[in-house]
Design a protein around this ligand. Sequence first.
Ligand code: AHG
Ligand code: MN
Ligand code: MN
Length: 334
Amino acid sequence: MREFPLTLSQFIIQSQAAYPGATGEFSSLLTQIGLVGKLIAQDLRRAGLMNILGTTGGTNVQGETVKKLDAIANDDFVRVFQASGYVCALASEEMEKPVLLPGNWPHGKYMLLVDPLDGSSNTDNNMPLGAIFSVLKYDRTDRLPTEAELICRGTEQVAAGYLLYGSSTMLVYTVGQGVYGFTLEPGIGEYLLSHERIRIPEKGTVYAANEGNYCRWSEGTKKYLDSLKVNDKATGRPYSGRYSGCLVADVHRLLLGGGIYLYPGKVDKPEGKLRLLYEANPLAFIVEQAGGKASTGTSRILEVEAKKLHQRVPLFIGSRHDVEQAEMYIQGRA
Ligand code: AHG
Ligand code: MN
Ligand code: MN
């Protein structure tokens, strides 16, 4: 018989067989994430031929320019999850407040936080893009969740993952039992298991950072970056610089090949740029599950106290050794 990789749904059904209480709802939720991925990938494939490049003319709650594709991706998440029934609240980078989905409650036991389109400065030049998702459980049946109930530490996540729209479309996720990657086979419209139990190398030789901000970084961050450029064959230095402008694509590269992504705070903006709840936390969950590390420079991302839906956080993420080195410089121990 012909060898054929497992589809996403087959894989989840098989994994759930290990959990006697599993209802299959989580597998359906992931299938819906996959559906959003297919919708966006379809738009991206022909973006230059349709009127969906450029900006909407508006700004989001973070004061950032909204690209047409940001708005389309956000609408896709809302529409798909409004219709699917598994999620009772959805928060997004593009919406000031979470959307409650009363029609899905109380049977929809999950809450979802998303960056619907990551790397949106890449939309107009055919560069990689992504989406990031974080899944929380909601067990109450007496009322819908409040905004405060979506604002949790990363350790509360029950699942997390990303969609990567690169030369192929991928869905990578974890439920806390390792990291699995699926590649969309466009011919049959199915995600097929392509990357089983992803493990990030202990140390890499690549760094990803927007070095244009160097003059605004702290002395520790500058020293760390400088240290990567030293000529020392034994430690693999100088490291190679690889920065795509899309966090998902950069983290995906590190997950497979090792190294570090950093978006540090600046002297006048110590909280950094990236958002804790739907960028840093889900990627930290993935990278930790693959054996890597994610830090603010001083503490573990997954333990950062979350106070606001759109809270920002400095991020150092990747191979364990590389993140630990960065922490040493930032904390003045190197
Ligand atoms: P988003 O498109 O969701 O706003 O995220 C952009 C993020 C991230 O993907 C990327 O690594 C970083 O911001 C790029 O920022 P700079 O342009 O400041 O380098
Ligand atoms: Mn983003
Ligand atoms: Mn975004």
